[in-house]
Design a protein around this ligand. Sequence first.
Ligand SMILES: [Zn+2]
Length: 527
Amino acid sequence: MLVVDQMRADYVEKFQGQWKGGLKRLVQEGAWFREAAYPYAATETCVGHSTISTGALPRTHGMVANTWWERDSQKVVTCTADPNVKNIGYAGATVKGGDSAWRMLIPSFAEELKFQAGGATHVVTFSLKARAAATLAGHKADGATWFDPAAGAWETSNAYPTVPFVEDYAKAHPVREDYGKTWALALPPSAYLYEEKAKGASLPPGGEAGFPHPLRGKTGGPEPDAVFYEEWEASPFADTALTKMAEAAVDSLSLGKSGGIDYLGVSYSSPDYVGHAFGPRSWEIQDVLIRLDQDLSDLFAHLDRKVGRGNYMVALSADHGVVPVPEDMQQTGVEAGRLHLPEVQQRIEKSLEPLNYPKPAVARITGSDIYFAPGVYERLKGDAPAMKAVLEAIESAPGVEGVYRAEQLADQPRANSPLQEAMALSFFAPRSGDLFVVPKAYWLLDFSAGDAPRYGTGHGTPWNYDQHVPLLLMGFGIRPGQYLGAVTPADIAPTLAALCGITLAPRDGRVLGEALANETREHSSGH
Ligand SMILES: [Zn+2]
């Protein structure tokens, strides 16, 4: 199971001429679903990975965002923050926090596989991000590994076993070996679309627009610093490291050779960091995918050698897409901009000032979710003039498409509009906000405080550029071809389940039967 963090579906259409490795092989030899899109609004990393992992939508799996406001503790929590576990650094590193998938409300496909198939199933996952590695694995696994840039170290938590081969790998190939390397163009400049220097790019400290990008940390001194580890995460070197670890897992655990069906999950995080900084119309995003294409070529060659061509199945998708950098989009003449959420908060406070509400009335805005201080929203629901004032205050902020109330999204299987339906599919009352602000198309949700110039871009909205992602299946049991029907990444897990002869409880996704070879379909339907 491969996830490319922040990969738009149209990258496959536009950039495949630059590929000749693993991505190209997926397109040519696999089943390519060209109209795959998330049906929900909260297009963020934790949400997308949980959807791919479980085959359910956020209103079912409960991972509604990367972070949310926890009403009980009156604190922001991350989707993987687990008070009952501790993170453990590999190769002797000291790390902080504790992460697991305990907040995911249903089992992952991988957990069900291990539970139902009864064989010697191994489940291992790798990513730079805990919210990707933990959700792809599930509540328990044989290994879930991610990276802590503050410590410059690979880590897991005691929700999962520590894995000897990861310890060996981390000791033998420390990330610091990439210190001082330079990310240069893989292909001649004429092979790239768009301008050499991306308009509106957000550059790392000391960074310059355009290639090459040296990885030299904050000062370029003899020792790597925290800035270096962030530069490394936003470079193709991190994708290569994840690929090498996945290959080490295949070797060390003899994946694909035991009595059971094994599950290997890799989430490539670097395209997300690169995309946030440089946007979808950059040489950087093209180059990081050219290099991922090479890494996947290596990975598939390794699997061909060790497991055998046709003895494994690959699914590749993304957790979300991305919106163009607003300053870049404005060149087209289309209205684009930044919906500044601290300003939305100020407008709400101001609207309630004359109406005798507690100050501050808003507890927190995370993503598009607005959470009020305890008791405030209950009171607003019975106070029509105050509710009207708040809604008008939000709608008056630049870049707002609309505002939804929690009670409009709860228990609304058939909503009034596509936007409202998308909002409802990622609504889960105990964790979601009281009000939801939806930006206009091409407007970016912007959380930064102060008046500093803001660059780069993001995702997290119900617009197609965030929802439309690649979905490719290849290998055992898959019928190659191009498929134009509308599907969602929630269909991946049910399809894997059908191939493996197991059953998943939630019914949000469906089996992509059109891409299953006939003999597989007969087998999976019980003949
Ligand atoms: Zn992102």
